[in-house]
Design a protein around this ligand. Structure first.
Ligand code: PLP
Length: 351
């Protein structure tokens, strides 16, 4: 594959923003290069944070910490302000507005299409098959020489299922386009990540996030794993200081508590099974789909009415019935044991 052919010409020729930290180690010396406030910060400082200084544009600490934890080479990692920022960057790197297009097999996570729309990049309508797996013939019918990206989500939001690994790898081999696999929910799944496949598939980008199993949605930190040429392009186009120092500090602390993440994931998986069994006993429930994520997709008679009545009791779930193939469906995030009990006691009287 001619990987470079996929990148927009203006991005290939872009001369990125530079700062003195590209030349000198900016933690050392008298730092009078970046118009910062040398007198200090108005925040009650946490030792070692130095919030009066701009954060490291090279993401060195983040790459080291996360690379170590997941045994991923540092040079294959790039961090964004949530994986949502990386989704946007991928579109901006590869798609010429009003010329190129993106395939997003639906139903899936809504931000892929929103990010394309914001960037004025066309999306081609393709559906997953009835098992919510990749439908090769549907993709083949729409795919054309301007298709730059195919977005996949595994486990898929909102259906909860993993995509078949072999199918994803077949797509990588078959098409000269970027294949994005969003693994936001992989910690709730028994299946292995596709991260190791980036070695053999230079068009593969894996998206991950700290917003789910790690319980860090508030710090806005996501990352991607890809071959080094793609990673270098991300560094070229990102805002110079995209990941702030407080986020980096929170991540360092969180990695030290990784056992907690595993405990959360195990508890959520256990509760997911319990809630699924309970919901399946209700006569109005048509299907509770198998889930490898931290939510359940439920097909139910009077789904809209049930959501409305739950909301009146202060219990908020997500209507998904306007998405293709998801008529009468809603998605329930798995809460704490107590929240799940409250939900169960309310919903069993309604369905
Ligand atoms: C599949 C998927 N990818 C990405 C995200 C966003 O992740 P982040 O919080 O890292 O932006 C979500 C959020 O719900 C999601 O469902």
């Amino acid at each position: 594959m001619k990987f470079e052919n996929l990148i927009r010409k203006n991005i290939l020729s872009l001369r990125p923003y530079t700062s003195a930290s590209d030349i000198y180690d900016s933690n050392e010396g008298i730092l009078l290069d970046a118009n910062e406030n040398s007198w200090g910060s108005t925040f009650d400082e946490i030792e070692g944070l130095h919030l009066n200084r701009y954060p490291d544009p090279h993401q060195k600490d983040l790459r080291k910490i996360v690379g170590n934890y997941y045994s991923i080479p540092e040079e294959n990692l790039f961090f964004g302000v949530g994986s949502d920022e990386i989704i946007d960057l991928i579109i901006r790197i590869f798609c010429e507005p009003q010329k190129d297009n993106v395939i997003i097999p639906e139903p899936t996570y809504g931000m892929y299409k929103v990010a394309c729309d914001i960037n004025n990049v066309e999306t081609l309508e393709v559906l997953l098959n009835d098992d919510f797996q990749i439908d090769f013939s549907a993709i083949e019918k729409k795919y054309n020489s301007n298709t730059k990206i195919i977005f996949l989500c595994s486990p898929n939001n909102p259906t909860g299922n993993l995509l078949k690994k072999d199918d994803v790898l077949t797509l990588c081999k078959k098409y000269n386009s970027i294949i994005v696999v969003d693994e936001a929910y992989i910690d709730f799944s028994p299946e292995d990540t596709l991260v190791n496949e980036i070695k053999n598939n230079e068009n593969l980008i894996i998206l991950r996030t700290f917003s789910k199993a790690w319980g860090l949605a508030g710090i806005r930190l996501g990352y991607c794993v890809a071959n080094i040429d793609i990673i270098n392009i991300f560094f070229k186009v990102k805002a110079p200081y995209n990941i702030n120092s407080l986020t980096r500090y929170a991540l360092e602390t969180a990695i030290g508590n990784a056992g907690k993440k595993d405990k959360y994931a195990a508890g959520i998986i256990r509760e997911r099974g319990r809630l699924k069994n309970q919901l399946e006993t209700l006569p109005g429930v048509i299907a509770v789909y198998n889930s490898d994520a931290n939510y359940l997709l439920v097909k139910c008679k009077n789904s809209k009415e049930i959501q409305k009545q739950l909301a009146e009791k202060g219990i908020i779930i997500r209507d998904r019935s306007s998405q293709p193939k998801l008529e009468s469906c809603f998605r329930i995030s798995i809460g704490s044991e107590e929240e799940n009990d409250i939900l169960w006691n309310a919903i069993k009287k309604l369905v």
